[in-house]
Design a protein around this ligand. Structure first.
Ligand code: ADP
Length: 260
């Protein structure tokens, strides 16, 4: 009733206050749910390689007089699982570091042309193994105020994916352009593409398209989450266009001047 409501002009009605409070609680619940989901995903991902290692070790120990070849084979499988576990842990650490406040950004003027060229130089031998052509095209020299470590990681992930999810003898094009406000990086590939229904999920932590197709191609499902987070910290944006069996293009926009 009216007697329960404050209706002093200029003050918020108690009903409105209660509504705002409930909205806030609902929002906090969403945050808490997504944190719980993240923790449960992390535990699952970390357990998988350990379960495999346990099975491999147990089955070796069960065999009496197993030949040395079998030991070698199983040990090499175990070593692979250890590498996978290390990769997940190192990706998780990158994510956690990025999740800290934006004030942790280490901003300096960086030559973006040089930054991209050095990323491509590092990845060129990996592309060459599958005869994938890696091309860099720059429309102008660009200097921007960024955290070089974080954005290098973001762009490396995009180019690494463009190579990983490509076909043998394919191509990857990286281009750089700028206007008075932003610089733009485009990473296009001739690869397998992303199914339409998966596109909206690829930036989610641990999401991988079609587990069976991804299993042979190493990865943790954290790369694009890291990339997106680093770009958003710079108040930039990232978009993806993809067509299955044709290829994928990621476009990134980052302000030239850092806005705190
Ligand atoms: P991953 O460690 O699996 O590569 P990412 O977060 O980097 O994790 O990518 C998530 C998923 O998005 C990948 O597993 C892959 O299925 C898909 N994906 C990412 N980049 C590309 C690309 N350039 N072409 C095709 N699929 C891609």
């Amino acid at each position: 009733g009216d007697e329960n409501n404050l209706s002093i002009p200029g003050y918020v009605e108690t009903e409105q206050l209660a509504e705002a409070f409930n909205r806030m609680l609902a929002h906090m619940k969403v945050l808490d749910d997504s944190r719980q989901e993240f923790v449960s995903n992390v535990s699952h991902e970390l357990k998988t390689p350990i379960t495999s290692m346990k099975v491999l070790a147990d089955s070796l120990l069960m065999q009496e007089d197993a030949p040395v070849e079998l030991y070698k084979e199983f040990m090499s499988d175990i070593a692979q699982e250890i590498d996978r576990e290390s990769q997940i842990i190192s990706d998780l650490l990158s994510l956690v570091k990025l999740d800290k406040k934006a004030s942790d950004l280490n901003i300096a003027p960086i030559n973006i042309n040089e930054m991209l060229e050095s990323i491509l130089k590092r990845l060129r031998p990996i592309a060459a193994q599958r005869n994938i052509e890696l091309v860099f095209e720059s429309f102008r020299p660009v200097t921007a105020e960024i955290d070089e470590v974080k954005l290098s990681l973001a762009f490396s992930n995009l180019v690494e994916n463009a190579i990983k999810y490509n076909i043998d003898n394919g191509w990857v094009h990286v281009s750089l352009n700028a206007d008075h406000k932003y610089f733009y990086v485009k990473v296009s590939d001739s690869g397998m593409g992303i199914p339409e229904e998966s596109v909206e999920h690829i930036f989610e932590r641990f999401y991988r398209v079609d587990k069976s197709r991804s299993r042979e191609i190493g990865g943790t499902g954290l790369g694009l989450a890291i990339t997106r987070s680093a770009i958003l910290m710079h108040r930039g944006a990232i978009k993806v266009y993809s067509k299955e069996n044709e290829g994928t293009t990621f476009t990134v926009r980052v302000p030239l001047n850092y806005i705190a």
